[in-house]
Design a protein around this ligand. Sequence first.
Ligand SMILES: [Zn+2]
Length: 373
Amino acid sequence: MREIFNINSNNRIRNQIFRLIFDKKQISKQEIAAQLNLSLPTVSQYLQSLKDDGLIDYSGTFESTGGRKAKIIQCVENAFFALGLDITRNHLSLVLINMRGNICFSNRIKLTFQNNAEYFSAVGVTIDRFIADHQIDCNKVLGVSLTLPAIIASDRKTVTYATVIDTDASFYRKIGPYIKFPFKIYNDANAAAFAEYWVHNEIETMAYISLSNSVGGSFILDGRQYTGYNERAGEFGHMTIIPEGETCYCGKKGCVDAYCCAKVLYDHADGSLSNFFEAVKNKDPECTKVFSEYLNHLSLAINSLRMIFDCDIVMGGYVGPYLLDYMDDIKAIVAPRNTFENNADYIKPCKFTFEASAVGGAMYYLTEFMHHI
Ligand SMILES: [Zn+2]
């Protein structure tokens, strides 16, 4: 697992042993002792406590290289789970991940956001049904992360700005009675970036631009998410690229969002992104022209991000996965804008093709838990 934050565990040695088992997937007691420079009795003591907590188990023996065969120690990947819930204007997505970060179950339903008890109750019922349908032991659920297209204060409870969905600072308090697990709320693009960071092992610092129904983003510096003074760092959607240009949903003119949100594309294909890209593939003149303009505007945003951050840039959101087939085209448009470089190989496609926000949200719970083992 990637080291995202400092280990806060009261027992650093226990945590180190657990991490080593987690990273190696299978390991012997002797190897743990050797790698961490600990005595065998000390390792045995911690292994017993990890086993008592249901976090590790034994599974057969390694091939002997002479002497007694060493027992295989491994993590119990389904010892605990975290649930990610992505709330959008018209849908609710649920993703359950295990301790390894693997997606165990997911579901996406149509549920139009409303800032009222009827909606909050429906969310609660959907969570309960999801947990029951998949026969998950509630005691094994660490918590629920709700990701929203909104700015969330660092307390992970207070919505400070929301336009895409009609909600306000009372969201956490109002939905609370309907959620039976510990829960926190996060910005959707920050969560998606966190998920992408998790799977891009080669990237330490990245700017993530989320191209969904709204455009957002996040900046991760040396493994830490930089959220700014007001939790608004990475709101790339509201950088001005065309002075006095198209009106953005925020009310200002010429924002990236007005040119690079998914709607700009799917409005030309009956509201379907996959239809839009199918049409582009089939060289439909209208969609091809729209896509060309879209990429031109996106190239302005990407080049600005490269100038500011000088790091890898990952394109995600609903549009991100579709751009995978056009990486060479995108690089060819972006590269000439750059003052210092003649290629744009710093642009990376996203690795999550679906539910990155929900997965990233759940991962926040998971990493916090792992640091306290
Ligand atoms: Zn704007």
